[in-house]
Ligand binder design. Structure first.
Ligand code: GDP
Ligand code: ZN
Length: 447
């Protein structure tokens, strides 16, 4: 139902200084006119009038208000919108809303104004999502991402690619259906391949940036790994700057996982101290070890701790082998016990017991610097958008492979269309009709 008129209290319902009741739909001005002490029908768009809300039955003045008129189409919903700003008490705000509903408006569902803005084409789906993200944002980073989304940055990220795809798709179709049509360039796989490759590169950039955004929003699952007694719990404590983990001199005491969260300059870490992963007969310890292995599988960053005061043994080497190729930092602890030991390349020396862990903190910040810098750039905002972008990328990759094999263009166009549809779905505009409309508007062949 898009042609009824909806109303809701748009500000938080509390005894504040001002509250706003928003009305949207074809009857907005008429409804407001029946309740306002002044005329509304002649009020110019985007202007404010001062007056009173009058109960149409009792004729009593209900509140002193400012009434703003926004005439379609340049409004949030693209419909006629009236906003009544009254004194912010709960009672009076509800009373005005009740009058508006009694005059024929329907109470809006949650998010319905934004939904109408989307359905009426005022904003795309990514902008609608960003409005919700903004309301939910509880950090400056999340708000920063949301305002970019509201301003349409995701559309601008996607649109050049979908436009380029559409051009090629349209051109291929015209080549096939109207081979003698001269205004259309005659495409070959050689002429399409370089473009398709460049889209793939661009898509990878967009996906990498989205990954950075995801990391910045959610933080990094970090596991501290090492055999018993090397100083894992001490390191966790130093990192947390509190005593959440138990530090003891008996090997194998950290039987369960101990967790904590730290906010570094460039990244948030969700830390897990694992029970030392080693062979043991102790049943309780074995359970801890199993959990550690699972945490290790899911880890996005691994801090391997070695003991500077002892030579590396088979167990150390086993852990190093186990994490080969993963995102890890090799940390040599108890540097105080081996003062003359040289820093081995690719390792970081610390003294966890004395909270001397700055080199490690620096290394972690460095590793995430580039993700942090990505926050400045427009990026996909959520899993829905990222999943569709991955789908688009996969279809593009298939197209590139087919083109490299010299496939017929009419076969490749299926992949190109799939990529196009996935991209358009990101902004909420994908349908077979859209594609056809777009195709037909590109080439007016008079058929
Ligand atoms: P975990 O079993 O790996 O968690 O090791 P712990 O953190 O429980 O530490 C084991 C022992 O090593 C404790 O006695 C700590 O005080 C000691 N330790 C930890 N870090 C250091 C360090 O940097 N220097 C020295 N000398 N001892 C340390
Ligand atoms: Zn421990």
């Amino acid at each position: 139902m898009l042609n009824d008129t909806i109303a809701a209290i748009s500000t938080a319902l509390q005894d504040g200084a001002i509250s706003v009741i928003r009305i949207s739909g074809p009857d907005s001005l008429a409804i407001a006119g029946r309740l306002f002490s002044r005329r509304v029908d002649d009020q110019p768009t985007h202007t404010v009038r001062y007056g009173y809300i009058i109960d149409p039955i009792s004729k009593e003045a209900v509140d002193e208000v400012l009434l703003t008129v926004f005439r379609a189409p340049k409004t949030f919903t693209r419909e006629d919108v009236v906003e009544i700003s009254g004194h912010g008490g709960r009672y009076i705000t509800r009373r005005i809303l009740a009058l508006v509903l009694a005059e024929g408006a329907r109470l809006a569902d949650p998010g319905e104004f934004t939904r109408r803005a989307f359905l009426n084409g005022r904003i795309d789906l990514t902008q609608a999502e960003a409005v919700m993200d903004m309301i939910d944002a509880d950090s400056s980073q999340q708000a920063q991402l949301a305002i970019q989304g509201i301003r349409g940055s995701i559309r601008r990220l996607i649109e050049p690619l979908s436009e380029a795809l559409l051009n090629i798709i349209a051109n291929i179709e015209v080549n096939i259906d109207y081979p003698e049509y001269e205004d259309a360039e005659q495409l070959t796989w050689e002429s399409v391949l370089p473009q398709a490759r460049s889209w793939l590169i661009r898509m990878d950039e967009i996906l990498q940036r989205a990954e950075s955004g995801r990391i910045m929003k959610k933080g990094v699952k970090t596991v501290i790994l090492g055999k018993p007694n090397v100083g894992k719990s001490s390191l966790l404590n130093a990192l947390l700057e509190e005593d959440k983990a138990i530090v003891t001199e008996i090997a194998g005491t950290t039987r369960d996982l101990v967790e904590g969260e730290i906010h570094l300059r460039n990244v948030t870490l969700h830390l897990i101290d694992t029970a030392g992963i080693h062979q043991t007969e102790d049943r309780v310890e074995q359970i801890g070890i199993e959990r550690s292995m699972k945490a290790l599988e899911e880890a996005e960053l691994i801090l391997i701790v070695l003991d500077a005061s002892r030579p590396q043994d088979d167990e150390d080497r086993r852990l190093l082998d186990l994490t080969e190729g993963r995102n890890r930092i090799v940390v040599i602890n108890k540097k105080d016990l081996a003062p003359q030991a040289e820093d081995r390349s690719g390792t970081i020396s610390i003294c966890a017991a004395q909270n001397q862990i700055e080199p490690l903190i620096d290394q972690i910040n460095q590793r995430y610097e580039h993700h942090h810098a990505m926050l400045e750039l427009p990026s996909l905002a959520n899993e829905r958008q990222i999943a569709l972008a991955r789908q688009a990328r996969q279809s593009m990759a298939q197209a590139v492979n087919a083109l490299q094999d010299g496939a017929e263009l009419d076969l490749v166009t299926i992949d190109l269309q799939a990529a196009y549809m996935a991209l358009k779905e990101i902004v909420g505009e994908a349908s077979r009709e859209d594609l056809l409309d777009a195709l037909f508007s590109k080439f007016c062949l008079g058929k």
